[in-house]
Write a protein that binds this ligand. Structure first.
Ligand SMILES: Nc1ncnc2c1ncn2[C@@H]1O[C@H](COP(=O)(O)OP(=O)(O)O)[C@@H](O)[C@H]1O
Ligand SMILES: [Mg+2]
Length: 402
């Protein structure tokens, strides 16, 4: 497989698992998933690598599984990145219309967009993505290409996503150490939106929230524009921690209780119900814990997380514009009642996000924890489709080669 091959590979280095997705796109941009490989993650905390050797072993294993399924050899991939160091914000760049006759040119638009990228970042931070939101001429929103219109000033509104360059490089170097090239690092949140939203959802405006083991990413997408994005270093591991502390049990037992009896809302009928901790769990048979207490602990933490995201979106009145509602992905979207809790906080329709507009093994596509890796591969496809064409075609160059 060479760099321009239509095979697309997305890799998520998550806190709970490493996941590699391999797919291909046809000329109409339709994506088929060919293979998915995963491995338990041992070297990542809160979405960031903390043990390179362990993470490298897990990545090798996940990629090996995916390669075997897809029957390809991976030489390059798109790499998902997450972690608290990643931030998203909106910025505006301005440029006066240069020509005397006030005719807007493509160069004016490009200059305004470049000015929007000219920002001072904290030390050792780098821009991951600059996504165009809208273009205005003299304060009026116009099409993406206003060349030929008359005006005095062009404004480009963009969403900038940036992160700590050293931490991003840590993930990239890990992949490169396996002799695999990284085409581009991709913020996981963007990838989630690529996987779970249909073009109609994007047009209508949607908030996508992926709750993993150690981090939660959110993205608000409207049309092709990202209106808001961010990461909270909070996830399913924190729920297990809270349960362990609250019920005075060890983490492994808390994790197992969360999966077997967990709920994001205090379930009707849970009052007074006790869950016995089986001999397998503790080696003790006489202990039991309150189901209501378990649900309440989970509900408090998840409510806090949703409120943090709702607050961020409220800053720009975005929730009023989420006509497609909220999409939940990541392992924690399995938690019973999570849609009810999200509905209470966001007051919007809630969809549990499975990967859509994709062909392949439907059982695999329905797993919300695979959405990120699949979305990274899809994002890669979109990038390659939109890559600027070379200014000279091979036909132009041929005479000089003879
Ligand atoms: N059925 C379930 N009920 C509750 N929590 C779950 C369930 N399935 C997975 N999880 C939780 O989801 C988290 C892992 O989500 P995932 O998206 O795979 O993580 P990451 O991408 O961070 O590696 C873990 O905290 C795990 O306990
Ligand atoms: Mg994840």
């Amino acid at each position: 497989m060479f760099k321009d091959s239509p095979i697309l590979v997305g890799l998520e280095i998550g806190t709970s698992k490493i996941c590699a997705a391999i797919g291909e796109e046809n000329e109409r941009g339709e994506f088929t998933l060919l293979g998915i490989g995963q491995s338990k993650s041992h070297g990542v905390r809160k979405g960031e690598i903390v043990d390179l050797a362990k993470a490298q072993e897990d990545v090798r294993s996940a990629l090996g599984n995916a390669e075997e399924q897809a029957q390809v050899t991976v030489r390059n991939l798109f790499l998902g990145v997450s972690g608290r160091h990643i931030e998203g914000f909106n910025n505006t760049g301005m440029h006066p219309v240069a020509s005397d006759d006030r005719l807007v040119t493509p160069q004016d638009v490009a200059d305004a967009a470049n000015n929007a990228k000219a920002i001072t970042l904290p030390a050792e931070h780098t821009i991951l993505h600059t996504i165009r939101q809208r273009i205005c001429v003299d304060g009026v929103e116009v099409s993406d290409n206003p060349a030929g219109m008359l005006g005095r000033k062009v404004e480009a509104h963009v969403h900038v996503i940036y992160g700590n360059s050293l931490r991003i490089q840590n993930s990239m170097r890990l992949v490169q150490s396996l002799s695999i090239e990284v085409n581009q690092p991709v913020f996981n949140g963007l990838a989630n939106a690529q996987a779970v939203l249909t073009p109609e959802d994007k047009e209508n405006g949607a908030l996508v929230i992926d709750i993993g083991g150690g981090a939660t990413e959110f993205v608000f997408q409207q049309g092709q524009a990202i209106r808001h994005s961010g990461v909270f270093a909070l996830g399913g591991d924190h729920l297990s921690n809270d349960i362990a502390l609250g019920l005075k049990i060890n983490i492994a037992l808390a994790e197992s209780l969360k999966i077997r009896h967990g709920s994001a809302v205090v379930a009707a009928g849970s009052q007074g119900q006790m869950v016995p901790l089986s001999e397998n769990d503790l080696g003790l048979s006489h202990r039991e814990v309150s189901l209501e207490h378990l649900h309440r602990i989970m509900s408090i933490r998840l409510q806090e997380l949703f409120e943090l995201i709702a607050e961020r979106c409220a800053e720009n009145c975005l929730l009023d514009e989420a006509r497609a509602g909220v999409f939940l992905s990541g392992g924690c979207s399995h938690i019973p009642g999570i849609d009810t809790l999200a509905q209470r906080i966001f007051r919007l329709p809630i969809t549990r996000g499975t990967s859509r507009n994709i062909t392949g093994n439907s059982a695999t596509l329905s797993h919300p924890e695979f959405a990120t890796a699949i979305g990274i591969a899809r994002y890669g496809g979109m990038r390659q489709r939109n890559r600027p064409r070379p200014r000279f075609s091979i036909r132009d160059v041929l005479p000089f080669l003879r």
